[in-house]
Every structure is written in structure tokens, then in C-alpha cells.
Design a protein around this ligand. Structure first.
Ligand code: MN3
Length: 202
């Protein structure tokens, strides 16, 4: 991909499609301002990084690499986050293969739910609760991580299955400071488990 040419993808549903759980006002702000800022920041960082490399400015290279990682993480995770929610029939306990894997790797949906919620609450400041599919010598399996900011990618070597945004901009307008209430609503009413499962099976 040519550096500096990332574009903000549209939401996969209308801005008001997730009401009453997420308001149109919050969705417009979150997508059109916050996600857009990460796309802009990623493009800026890619161009500046290329320029710094061309000019041989070795002091600036790590700075722009760090800016790129932050903004790329934001762009990628928001893209997964939007697709991981559905206006119709979202949330609750998944069936199928993902349901079976949650049973195998967490000992059941309720235990998964408690662990995911704890990760979301445990993020200090801004970040994400993440369910990811880890491939490794111990065998492929599901894991949960509390991700600070966006870019701590070392944590989730593997495929991101589901993310819940717990930056304040993701819920404050509708839930004020009640992050736990937002995470409950996300899990009980919004998660698109079919979409999440497809991220493992593809
Ligand atoms: Mn966000």
C-alpha cells in the first residue's frame, strides 16, 4: 500500500443502528472524529517516516515508528470493533465452534464473561478488552488481554477475535463514567458472534 493513503472505512450500519445501546451522537463522534483522527495520524506518520528514512535522520525514525504504531493500532482495532457489533440479535452466549472453544479454553461462557469484563475494568486509563486467537507451541487457543492504548501488539500474537473499546470516548456520552455498565451492554446486546467466529475460521 502506498504510504499515506489509508481511508476511513464507513460504518457497516447506520449511525443510529445501535440505539438504544449506543446513541447516534456518540457513534458519529466516535467514528467521524476519533477513528478518523487515527487514520489521519497513520497517514501522517507513514509519510513522515518515509521522509525521515530518506533523509537519514535516525533520531526521527523511532519517533515516527511509535506514532505509526499508535495510530495504526487505533485504525485497525476500531475497524474490527465496528464489525464486531450488530444491530440485530447481538450479544449473549455464542454457539457453534466459538461457543465450543470458549467452553474448552475458559470453562464456559460465564467464566469467559467474567474474565473479559475484568480485563475491560482493569485497563488503567484508555484501552481495549480483547479476545484473541493465539497460535503457538502450546497449541492454538483463545486468550483475553487488557490492551493499553492501541499499540501494545506484543500481547496478542495471533488473530484478534473481538475487541471492546474502553476509551472514555467510546461510552462517556451515553454511560458517563460507568465503564462496567457499557461492557455489560456490549456483551449482552451488541456482540456479533458470527462475525467474531469468522475471524478464526477464515
Ligand atoms: Mn475508540
Amino acid at each position: 500500500m502506498t504510504p499515506g493513503t489509508h481511508k476511513l472505512p464507513p460504518l457497516p450500519y447506520d449511525y443510529n443502528a445501535l440505539e438504544p445501546f449506543l446513541s447516534e451522537k456518540l457513534m458519529r463522534l466516535h467514528h467521524d472524529k476519533h477513528h478518523a483522527a487515527y487514520v489521519e495520524g497513520l497517514n501522517e506518520a507513514e509519510l513522515a517516516l518515509a521522509a525521515a528514512r530518506d533523509s537519514g535522520d535516525t533520531l526521527l525514525v523511532p519517533y515516527w515508528e511509535s506514532r505509526r504504531a499508535f495510530n495504526e493500532g487505533g485504525h485497525v482495532l476500531h475497524s474490527i470493533f465496528w464489525r464486531g457489533m450488530t444491530p440485530v440479535g447481538g450479544g449473549g452466549e455464542p454457539g457453534g465452534l466459538l461457543g465450543a472453544l470458549i467452553e474448552r479454553d475458559f470453562g464456559g461462557y460465564e467464566k469467559f464473561r467474567a474474565e473479559f469484563t475484568a480485563a475491560a475494568k482493569g485497563v488503567e486509563g484508555s484501552g481495549w478488552a480483547m479476545l484473541f486467537w493465539k497460535r503457538g507451541m502450546a497449541g492454538d487457543h483463545l486468550e483475553i488481554a487488557a490492551v493499553l492504548n492501541h499499540e501494545n501488539q506484543a500481547l496478542w500474537q495471533g488473530e484478534v477475535v473481538l475487541v471492546c473499546d474502553v476509551w472514555e470516548h467510546a461510552y462517556y456520552l451515553d454511560y458517563l463514567n460507568e465503564r462496567a455498565e457499557w461492557v455489560d451492554v456490549f456483551l449482552d446486546n451488541l456482540v456479533d458472534w458470527e462475525q467474531a467466529a469468522s475471524r478464526i475460521l477464515r
